[in-house]
Design a protein around this ligand. Structure first.
Ligand code: SF4
Length: 285
């Protein structure tokens, strides 16, 4: 389908983004910004935010919307230097908001939870700045004790995406489970009430506004604070096909609906991604 005008982006701050990209390479780190070909990276880099993809760049799941490599033959053990490299990078760039996301590692006994905890602890210990840490994590195969382990390390924001409506899970997010993901989000507030909980989903995959309404209600029942809603853009013709380009007015309506349902805040727009404008979490404290 031909992209509408509102999806034509004027990329600014390219020079700065190129400089940060080479620094990311120097530290041999992975960012979702690069591997997911995010349209917002210049803006985010320039606002002192970067989203690190940890536990390698090979995922054990087969989500059909996602550009991350899924070739399990290439999977590597976690990089034990990663916590130190990320905190050095954060210091070097004076980041004040750090998003740590992960590939799903169903091959690891703890799903990678200990590695996430080490990153939070190392960054807390070594970063000069008053740094906010947001973790965007997998479902750990429903092993809920891994979730509480991460919450014990006290990230400022705990994020877990729903990605889409339950009817589309089999096609879009095989290996995931809608009720399991909701349970993880409600566990955040039950186990650690002061931690900000966040979730997000894409639109344009064939869902109806009624299904989005029910998804928002389910997330409110799970006591989620923050919500992100963005347009699905297929990384390639081999990925799940875009069914619809949602008009910015509809994104505005979704935001208004989210706020009227009681979400503390919602970022909704064609280019919104899970950690886009992640700083907005700071307004809650
Ligand atoms: S679990 Fe995450 S990283 Fe893995 S394929 Fe799905 S969306 Fe991509």
């Amino acid at each position: 389908m031909r992209k509408p005008d509102w999806l034509r982006m004027n990329i600014t701050g390219k020079q700065q983004a190129v400089a940060i990209k080479s620094l990311i390479n120097d530290y041999n780190l992975n960012t979702v910004c690069e591997s997911a070909r995010c349209p917002n990276k210049s803006e985010c880099y320039n606002s002192g935010t970067a989203t690190f993809l940890v536990l390698g760049n090979i995922c054990t799941r087969k989500c059909t919307f996602c550009a991350v490599n899924k070739d399990s033959d290439l999977i590597q053990p976690p990089d034990i230097q990663e916590p130190t490299k990320i905190s050095e990078f954060a210091n070097r760039l004076n980041l004040d908001y750090l998003v740590v996301t992960m590939v799903t590692r169903d091959d690891l006994p703890d799903g990678g939870a200990d590695h996430i905890v080490r990153i939070i602890e190392t960054v807390r210990l070594t970063c000069k700045n008053e740094l906010w840490i947001e973790v965007l994590v997998s479902d750990f195969g429903g092993d809920y004790k891994q979730i509480s382990k991460i919450l014990d390390a006290q990230p400022d924001v705990f994020n877990h995406n729903m990605e889409t409506v339950p009817r589309l899970y089999d096609k879009v997010r095989p290996g995931a489970n809608y009720q399991r993901s909701l349970k993880i989000l409600s566990l955040v507030k039950d186990y650690s009430p002061t931690t900000i909980s966040k979730s997000g989903f894409m639109v344009g995959l064939g869902e109806s506004p009624e299904e989005i309404n029910v998804l928002m209600d389910n997330l409110m029942e799970a006591k989620v604070d923050l919500l992100t809603i963005g347009q699905y853009l297929a990384p390639s013709v081999n990925h799940y096909a875009v069914k619809e380009y949602i008009h910015p007015n509809v994104f505005a309506q979704y935001r208004a609906a989210a706020l009227s349902k009681g979400f503390k805040d919602c970022v909704s727009g064609p280019f919104v991604r899970s950690s886009y404008k992640a700083h907005f979490a700071k307004d809650l404290k």
